[in-house]
Design a protein around this ligand. Sequence first.
Ligand code: GAL
Length: 665
Amino acid sequence: MLYFGVDYYPEHWPESRWETDARMMQEAGINVVRLAEFAWALLEPEDGRFDFEWLDRAINVLARRQIKIVLGTPSATPPPWLWQKIPDSALVDENGTPREYGSRREYSPTHSDYRAHAVRIARAMAQHYAANSQVIGWQIDNEFGDRCYAPGTRLAFQNWLKERYGSLETLNECWGTRFWSHIYTDWAQIPVPVKRVHAQHNPSLHLDYYRFMSEVYVEFQQLQVDALREICPPEQFITHNFMGFGYPRINYFDLAKSLDLVTWDNYPRGFWVTTQDIAPAPIALGHVTMRSLKKQNFWVMEQQSGQGSWETLPPMTRPGEIALWAYQAIAHGADGIVFFRWRTCRFGVEQYWHGVLDHDGQGRRRYVEVKQMGQEIARAGTLIAGSEVRAEVAIMLSYDSRFAFEIQPNNPDFSYERHLTDYYTALHQANIPVDVVAPDDVLNGYKLVIVPALYITEMETVQHLTTFVERGGTLIVTARSGVKDHTNIVVNHVLPGLLAPLCGVEVQEYDSPLSGEKRALKFIADDFAGQGKAAVWCDILKPTTARVLAEYAEDFYAGQPAVTLNSVGSGVVIYSGTMGDATFVESIVEYARQHTDVQSLLETPPQVEVTARWRGDQRLLFILNHADVTHEIKIEDGYIDLLSGQEQENILKLQPKQVMILQVT
Ligand code: GAL
């Protein structure tokens, strides 16, 4: 079943309205709602006194309309009485400032009393709702993530280090603490990397702290997972709402492990977006990453419906965008879409975060759009749900490298996220399905693997990559890979370190261009029609076993190798010594494809996205026109469009923002 829902806050509205809401939802095809993830003060009005009656009544109203429920545990919003009871439970930010009460996410995730209270309310909810067949799942907390520097967190960090390193001698050795006289003689001396230091903290300490904070959330989540699992039947899934590819502070592969389902919050037109044109590739990368965390279909737990903001308003979602973005998620493997939020709230911080309905409870353009999609989903949903995306290309996402680049970006223009997004965009434009893989993944089944800037490189990854290439895979490795070891210390090898033998190159020297500077490249290999320029980083290469594909054509390293190709076993490795501009990245991807038989699903104009979902050998082709103009696309087979029910032959004509889901006739 394909779930189609809304995030609903019945507690924000008079009970007399609930029936109207449920009816309007049912009429719009809504079959699931998420409830209660911020309702702690109503669920536990006083320490230890629980009140589920109002929620029961709301669930009953929804149940009569055949609407299923996902319940959120409310640990993101502590009620005032709890804050008063444990005033030292505040999260302390990197400037050393404790959060004041008054918004949400004020808590320190290491605070033992806070944890106990969070588990207690989760447990009480579980006991009350485990037997309720209307409840199909649980969301734990809401968008985990801020780093905490409180005294209790520092103590927890010191204990974490003790477990990890065993002795201070080992820690001192691994971190290189003799630098600037940091040789620790007592675990209690070890700081957390607050900003109030003269320069920077030791990068090894810093990376360990980032890893630790990521694990803190995994652990905090696990406490609630355990409480729910103990009480609830296995049919009730447990999830958390992630923040997509863009969120950098938690290792999402780790966070996903003990959950049944990954869900995430997708806001393509949030207040932070400064352009009218919303590029489809970065949104798609969010979906791809979320699908890849557990290598299974996912949900969007908050899909933007109206314009989103707290203080100043960005442009309203354009006609067609709500359904387009929701279908885009489905196109990439979502089996559930939940729109944020049902009705725009009249009070509180999110007064201007627009939902499906307006403040006055009327359903206007956005409601009509959701309702139309609801009707389409009612027809096509069962054919789609459970079908899978299949990819032959993978991009490696290393949270260790991402954390380490956050500490030392290497070049002012370098962004790990952007670099990875550039490679993904090149594939997305060619309508090639992609998975995101972790550094410890075995790479069976892929034909092309891209390893962008794998700064922290472990031997295990090198082994997997080597096996992959030997067996015929095509690999792209880019600059700043292999630079650091596990403890964030620069390797004692010629770069790219552990990857040098596989890449067949040695980095002789490197240049870090000034912001915005580019260097011309000369593409010297007959088989490589390269384009674009070097940018952000320039490794000056010396091939050992590789051959040169491109040289620098400028600066003191003009004539020196920039990009190489190495043959290993039945496969090849492309090493790019530069991040390059978008054109360069496109041509590298294009060249890599020449070594594989990876096919585009369909050639389309820019802004027309194509994906496929499979069940056995049955394929559904999703065609999404993100453009504001009509596009015509040539097709070969005859299809039926599941959304309109119309047959399509020879030419597809897609109106602006139109989506088709095609099945071969
Ligand atoms: C999400 C959050 C929601 C809501 C929404 C709009 O990040 O999970 O609770 O705040 O953004 O701001």
